[in-house]
Design a protein around this ligand. Structure first.
Ligand SMILES: [Zn+2]
Length: 315
């Protein structure tokens, strides 16, 4: 690895078919339908082609089925890292008590380790939910970092859009009232930092990087949306984001979601979802462009390597 380039991390929140259905208010999610058999081999091939080793944040509940475990195992066998993405993927994690949070983290951690052979060293909350108790639990279990914050002013706007497109009842919306974060999330720091806890304890926070100053997201879902308007617009936007990150010395933590990389042509069961009318081939083409652009300025690594370089002050 060349030392002349700074590091950027790539991670994927491995949300399964049921969690998309659940957050959208679709019936049938309670049976936990899975698309791992299609998605995981698909994404592993793309990552191999691009020579990338990334972090997959896994939901504990998905380890319950033997069929799923077969595919989860492939992730570590192919050289990727796993992180903890909670057990039940409920985006109101911040309303849990300390004991409930602890149970959620530990059950997920054990389930993920058992099914992948690797113990998660980092955590990302579902729907960017986090709390002080969550940080305390992570620190007490020797996690290297939390990665649950998305510093953007656009959270409430994204939530409004989501509710508009969903079939959620008023009650379900109430439970999701902090989905995608509050407006004040926009004031959070972009560069990795420490959350300071009691008794001089601390835990590293690695925010999902948004564009410095403007705090607008540029993770793959947004880039894909722009590429649908025009590929050159997407390229321009990404170049601007990289430029401002370099200018402000903001290390990049780049986030992927499954539906950014696969289309309704391969996942018919979710073909009604926003953005699923774009075919896999086009999505992969956009991802390839994005990765190649990032690679020109950064060495792309998993979250553990990234967090260690932050600790050593190499950014
Ligand atoms: Zn998620």
């Amino acid at each position: 690895m060349k030392r002349d380039k700074p590091l950027a991390s790539i991670s994927l929140d491995l949300d399964n078919q049921w969690s998309y259905m659940k957050i959208h208010g679709d019936k049938g999610w309670e049976k936990y339908p899975s698309y791992f058999d299609i998605f995981i081999p698909h994404v592993l091939d793309i990552l191999d082609e691009l020579d990338l080793k990334i972090t997959f944040f896994i939901v504990g509940k998905d380890t319950e089925s033997e069929e799923n475990r077969k595919f989860l195992k492939m992730i570590t066998e192919r050289g990727h890292e796993v992180g903890n993405h909670s057990y039940y993927h409920e985006s109101w994690l911040q309303s849990y008590s300390y004991e409930e949070t602890e149970k959620e983290i530990i059950t997920a951690e054990n389930a993920i380790e058992e099914s992948t052979g690797q113990r998660p060293r980092g955590f990302r909350g579902p729907g960017f939910s986090w709390s002080w108790d969550l940080l305390r639990v992570l620190e007490s279990r020797d996690y290297l970092y939390d990665a649950s914050t998305l510093p953007t002013y656009l959270g409430p706007l994204a939530r409004k859009y989501y509710f508009m497109k969903s079939d959620l009842s008023a009650e379900e919306k109430k439970a999701r009232k902090e989905l995608f974060g509050k407006f004040t999330e926009g004031f959070r720091k972009l560069k990795p930092y420490y959350f300071h806890l009691e008794d001089n304890r601390k835990i590293m926070e690695i925010p999902v990087t948004t564009m410095p100053i403007f705090k607008i997201p540029f993770h793959l879902s947004y880039l894909l949306y722009l590429s649908n308007i025009s590929m050159s617009l997407m390229n321009l936007y990404l170049s601007a984001a990289i430029f401002i990150c370099r200018l402000t010395k903001t290390p990049i933590s780049f986030l992927l979601h499954p539906l950014d990389l696969i289309g309704g042509d391969q996942l018919q069961q979710l073909s009604f979802f926003p953005g699923m009318n774009i075919e896999s081939e086009k999505k992969v083409r956009v991802f390839r462009e994005v990765v190649n652009k990032l690679k020109m300025k950064y060495n792309l690594v998993n979250m553990t390597k990234f967090s260690k370089s932050v600790q050593l002050g190499q950014h």
